[in-house]
Design a protein around this ligand. Structure first.
Ligand SMILES: *[C@@H]1O[C@H](CO)[C@@H](O)[C@H](O)[C@H]1NC(C)=O
Ligand SMILES: *[C@@H]1O[C@H](CO)[C@@H](O)[C@H](O)[C@H]1NC(C)=O
Ligand SMILES: *[C@@H]1O[C@H](CO)[C@@H](O)[C@H](O)[C@H]1NC(C)=O
Length: 246
């Protein structure tokens, strides 16, 4: 019966005004002592298991996560050019650990701290500029691997009423990304000049910290927007009364 209602809602979304979280999602009681611990487990569990889209609650698959286009703005020096990525696929959220989650209902803030052992982004890139003073240009397939990535997500939200139900809406987002190591792989650099391409990649990978530091804020911004949009899709569909268990 549960499944029937679930699928009926998918088909007749106009009848089921406010969506419910899929039954596999854990819920936490706001008045419970261990609320934050419950919340961090619930978030970790949800992210790890989102290996298919849940359209009825506005969520895409996170394992992997597909991003049609991603632009990383130029840095201040080391990477003084815009990076354009298309058809980005991000792997690795199925192994996420989120030991920290805190909601402050008065300040309307949620902070979540997570670690992923290995994230791999696969994409098509197009770049042209200078990196670590070396000229670089090219377009083609590529990947970036981030090892032991620590991430902190801070979302500020507002509350509003829709169809007599309370909803949250994320109004500002801050993400911090601290990777333990980054490996760049860009195929077809310099229109396929492999010797030159391999040399520049080697320099980039030896100096990954410096390279990332210069565009860190742009990465955090770009991913902040991606995750805020994801979260807002869910929050627009699922009222607060359905998210928590009390
Ligand atoms: C990117 O994805 C779109 C939509 O899935 C597809 O039409 C397009 O061919 C892809 N581009 C490349 C270069 O793979
Ligand atoms: C919302 O609640 C009020 C008061 O309980 C009621 O009069 C109204 O019909 C409800 N509106 C909807 C859309 O359910
Ligand atoms: C990630 O967090 C852990 C635990 O707080 C810490 O030991 C580690 O150094 C951090 N890694 C990076 C790259 O900041």
């Amino acid at each position: 019966m549960k499944n029937f209602v679930f699928f009926a809602c998918v088909l007749i979304t106009t009848v089921c005004h406010s969506a419910r979280l899929p039954p596999t999602f854990k819920k936490c009681n706001r008045n419970e002592n261990g609320f934050n611990v419950c919340l961090s487990n619930a978030i970790e569990d949800a992210v790890r298991n989102l290996n298919k889209p849940y359209k009825e609650v506005g969520l895409p698959s996170l394992n992997p996560l597909q991003i049609p286009a991603l632009t990383i703005e130029a840095g201040q020096g080391t990477v003084a050019f815009q990076q354009k990525y298309k058809n980005v696929t991000v792997w690795g959220f199925d192994k996420i650990n989120c030991p920290k989650a805190e909601i402050d209902f008065e300040k309307r803030t949620i902070v979540v701290g997570c670690t992923t052992p290995l994230n791999k982004m696969e994409f098509y890139y197009a770049i042209s500029g200078r990196i670590l003073l070396l000229p670089i240009f090219g377009k083609g397939p590529g990947s970036i691997t981030l090892e032991n990535l620590n991430e902190t997500f801070t979302f500020h939200f507002e509350e509003y009423e829709k169809k007599n139900k309370t909803h949250f809406k994320v109004v500002s987002t801050k993400i911090t990304m601290e990777p333990g190591r980054i490996t760049f792989n860009l195929e077809n650099l310099f229109n396929g000049d492999k010797v030159l391409g391999d040399n520049v990649l080697r320099v980039m990978n030896e100096n990954w910290k410096e390279v990332f530091e210069d565009v860190k804020a742009s990465y955090e911004d770009a991913f902040g927007q991606v995750f805020a949009a994801l979260f807002n899709n869910l929050l627009a569909k699922v009222p607060v009364e359905q998210i928590f268990d009390n």
